[in-house]
Ligand binder design. Structure first.
Ligand code: TMP
Length: 239
């Protein structure tokens, strides 16, 4: 499929039109940002890893019956995805306390929850992606009640799937952020990406952080961490 004009440039990806109105091409960059773009940098090779990891995990989720935007990987950085209108919610699932949860509630990182939590942020850079609940999202007509219910059950099903997969790789899935899109016929599908940019992944044996927190917190070894989780995924994924 041919890559036509650029439609959009985000912090980590560009989106291009194709000759088919139903599809766009996403192109993954090595650019990294944190704290709503205040911190900027480059993670060499990240675009390739995030593209391949996200595609492989979405294929795995599709097999488990979860609809995604994934269509076809074109090359190391470029993937054809279904064109969707993004529901402007960041959907965050947590299995273990970390990051903004630990900060907001004044608890240490690493508390294993009896049940996963879900939260929404309004996807709006100008406002700094404020936390919101389902009633706020419905009031602002960001999604209908039915769409929120669908998103919630999909997000928990994705968590069950990803948690089990990563556990098999010796990696603990601490938390992650998802985005959902609506197709032209009104179906909700998983969109955006699943990668070390959007998940907290800890080595199950040592607790070592193998995700973007190494960049956010200046821990060093960022590229090695991304390469390590990709290597483990490739060793364990079945296809
Ligand atoms: P948080 O603890 O900072 O709220 O992050 C929760 C999860 O969401 C974590 O896995 C990182 C991911 N995340 C994003 O993918 N994009 C973002 O802009 C933020 C703030 C977090």
């Amino acid at each position: 499929m041919e890559r036509l004009e650029q439609l959009y440039e985000g912090k980590a990806k560009k989106v291009y039109a194709t000759d088919n109105d139903e599809f766009v091409i996403v192109s993954y960059k090595d650019d990294a940002t944190a704290f709503n773009g205040l911190k900027k940098g480059t993670i060499k090779g990240k675009g390739v890893i995030n593209n391949q990891m996200s595609n492989r995990l979405m294929k795995m989720l599709e097999k488990a019956g979860i609809p995604t935007h994934f269509v076809e990987e074109l090359d190391e950085r470029n993937t054809v995805v279904r064109k969707v209108s993004i529901v402007p919610l960041e959907v965050i699932i947590r299995n273990i306390s970390a990051g903004s949860f630990a900060k907001r509630f004044g608890v240490p990182e690493g508390i294993v929850f009896d049940e996963p939590t879900i939260e929404f942020s309004y996807k709006n850079d100008e406002l700094g992606d404020p936390l919101m609940n389902a009633y706020h999202a419905i009031a602002l007509r960001l999604a209908t009640r039915e769409e929120i219910e669908t998103i919630k059950s999909m997000a928990f099903a994705i968590n069950d799937n990803l948690k089990a997969f990563w556990a098999g790789c010796g990696v603990t899935l601490v938390d992650f952020k998802l985005e959902f899109g609506k197709t032209s016929d009104g179906r909700i599908v998983l969109a955006d990406e699943i990668s070390p940019d959007t998940c907290r992944l800890w080595d199950s044996a040592t607790g070592e952080k193998l995700d973007k927190d190494r960049f956010r917190r200046d821990l060093g070894g960022v590229e090695d961490a991304y390469a390590e989780v990709m290597k483990r995924l490739n060793e364990h994924i079945e296809f």
